[in-house]
Design a protein around this ligand. Structure first.
Ligand code: MN
Ligand code: MN
Length: 395
């Protein structure tokens, strides 16, 4: 094969294999195929990392509705997906499980009761208020109820961007797909019992508002698990900075949540979550209130900045550099989920400060003395007019 046809063959093979982004770029580099992108870089531009989730119609049934951001709506979001769900008082997100992903949730509004059943036979029921978090390990059976008064609204985060399609299993769907005589044998009841069961997945049927104190289960009582599935995130004392604050829950504070870490990041107008990246996890965001912009750096001269507002979902692939800035006049509040129970970040201020000024001087071609003006510690959040000396020594 000539060089030319070999190159074409290789790029066709890469396309056929569905190799995109960094992998395709690496292959292109290896074989000398370099396309200049709009930033002067040499690989595929970064695709969008914003999806206006709350503008979608969503899936509606009698007791509530849900909108989702999966790889279908936001193709970059391979590692995590999210759902915005609302339940009417008495609305039931029916008994179901997720084959591919664990479920982490943050309640924005209203009250929700959740029951979860684990393979060790333990079961737990909790009531959740705004600011509370739940976590259900992958495959564990669960159901939700809107407790009223008023609608309950919560954001669900899943640690797989493909969680939804062919991955969410509803009990009514299963029973509708099973011969009634099998169900009759299974439960020891007449076949006619199932005649009026839903013929398709019920999803969110409407029920009565449940009593404040839950009725006893069929088995009489529950065996409760060692590790609770509930964590009151907004009751936590925030880490405060000039320019904003952060609350965070990892598996350290919430042991059952081995697969997901959650954060509530709040930035004052002009506040900046500094340049950083996460070595161990992808990041999924739900912009709760306010507005701002996020910059993503994807190596090889690739970067992209997008504007965000309330109701938007955002995504940052593992290892990609990024920053978030409140560009509005009101506080910005972002819910963040990582697909690891361990939180890791490298904040660029702390990284630079771990190097001597002669190295930094050579790296940037700038006077060594100029780096004395840089923070000597981690910044994490910078205020509107920039971080000032003495204010960055948090950790
Ligand atoms: Mn679920
Ligand atoms: Mn981040």
């Amino acid at each position: 094969m000539s060089d030319f046809s070999r190159r074409n063959f290789l790029s066709a093979a890469a396309l056929a294999a569905g190799v995109v982004g960094a992998d395709a770029a690496a292959q292109a580099d290896d074989y000398g195929e370099k396309e200049k992108n709009e930033h002067g870089g040499e690989s595929e531009p970064i695709p969008t990392f914003r999806y206006p989730m709350e503008t979608e119609k969503g899936r509606h049934t009698e007791g509530g509705f849900s909108r989702e951001a999966t790889v279908k709506q936001l193709p970059i979001s391979e590692g995590l997906a999210g759902v915005s769900m609302r339940l009417k008082p008495g609305g039931i997100r029916e008994l179901h499980w997720h084959a591919k992903a664990a479920e982490w949730a943050f309640v924005l509004k209203g009250r929700v009761r959740a029951t979860v059943f684990s393979p060790d036979g333990t079961s737990e029921t909790n009531d959740f208020d705004p600011g509370d978090v739940w976590y259900f390990p992958r495959g564990h059976g669960h159901a939700l109820q809107g407790m009223g008064p008023g609608e309950a609204h919560f954001i669900l985060i899943f640690d797989d961007g493909h969680f939804s399609e062919f991955g969410t299993f509803g009990v009514s769907d299963w029973f509708a797909q099973t011969p009634p005589e099998v169900l009759a044998k299974n439960f020891g009841v007449p076949k006619s019992t199932f005649a009026n069961y839903p013929k398709i997945e019920a999803f969110i049927p409407q029920g009565a508002v449940p009593p404040a104190k839950q009725n006893a289960p069929l088995m009489g009582h529950l065996r409760t698990p060692v590790d609770t599935h509930k964590y009151p995130l907004m009751s936590q004392e925030p880490r405060k900075f000039n320019g904003g604050q952060e609350r965070k829950v990892t598996a350290k504070e919430f042991p059952v949540s081995v697969g997901i870490t959650g954060v509530i990041l709040e930035l004052e107008p002009g506040g900046l979550r500094e340049l950083h990246w996460h070595p161990n996890a992808d990041e999924w965001q739900y912009w709760i209130e306010g507005s701002g912009r996020m910059g993503l750096f994807g190596s090889h001269g690739r970067s992209r900045i997008e504007e965000f507002g309330a109701g938007d979902a955002g995504y940052v692939p593992r290892g990609f550099g990024h920053w978030v800035e409140n560009t509005g006049d009101t506080p910005l509040k972002v819910l963040i989920g990582f697909n690891s129970g361990v939180y890791e970040a490298i904040d660029v201020s702390a990284w630079l400060a771990s190097n001597p000024t002669d190295l930094l001087a050579a790296n940037f071609g700038a006077p060594a003395a100029s780096f004395e003006e840089f923070p000597h510690r981690r910044v994490f959040i910078a205020p509107k007019d920039g971080v000032s000396k003495g204010e960055y020594s948090k950790d």
